[in-house]
Design a protein. Structure first.
Length: 210
């Protein structure tokens, strides 16, 4: 089952050269049915962007999260700014613990079955398979065979073309970055094209779930 904040099964990752286009990109994604947007802390001005987006009443349908959260202090900072989910490339138990205390979903990164199980045992309700492209959908299917209780979100190498395959392999949701939020589209402000790509991805995931 997907988290309530990601009914579409899609998390769009915004890793941009600067934060000035975050609002427009998020609005375009939301118009295409993507309701969960992850702003990575590698984006200059990320904290301010999270604050603005989280408090923007016009974006009420878009749940804002933070990515590339590497330690407890960073987690405190993004939660204080309004992030409702926290994503990390690795497992930091203090981040998981803080998120649980704050009622915020924590999605730590893991790759091996041992790492994924440890993240779940640490209290993470969802685990990010990263880098997902290294193993592919077949790898996820084989991991979930003996560990079917894990809720896994693949990230890294997920695209419009293979999204459905990941869902059929057992992904609880998918995390998509540059394959969806193309740098050229953002640079040229092609928001209608971004909306169309988002809709195509959401429809693909919905079809695979059905």
């Amino acid at each position: 089952m997907p988290e309530p904040w990601v009914p579409s099964g899609v998390i769009a990752v915004l890793r941009l050269p600067d934060a000035k286009d975050v609002r427009a990109a998020a609005a375009a994604l939301a118009a295409g049915g993507v309701a969960a947007v992850e702003i990575t802390l590698t984006t200059p001005g990320a904290l301010e962007a999270i604050t603005q987006l989280a408090s923007d009443h016009g974006m009420a349908s878009c749940v804002v999260g933070a990515g590339t959260v590497l330690d407890e202090q960073a987690a405190r900072d993004v939660i204080a700014r309004g992030a409702r989910f926290v994503v990390s490339p690795t497992l930091d138990r203090s981040v998981v613990r803080l998120c649980r205390e704050q009622g915020v979903t924590c999605i730590p990164g893991a790759f091996t079955p041992t790492e994924m199980l440890e993240a779940w045992r640490a209290g993470a309700p969802v685990v990010k398979l990263f880098p997902a492209s290294t193993g592919g959908p077949r790898y996820l299917r084989e991991v979930l065979a003996p560990l079917p209780f894990l809720r896994v979100v693949p990230s890294g190498g997920v695209s419009l073309e293979n999204a459905a395959e990941w869902v059929r392999a057992g992904a609880a949701a998918i995390s998509v970055g540059s394959a969806l939020v193309n740098a050229a589209l953002v640079r040229e402000a092609q928001w209608s094209e971004l909306t169309a790509r988002a809709r195509e991805l959401v429809d693909s995931v919905a079809g695979a779930r059905a």
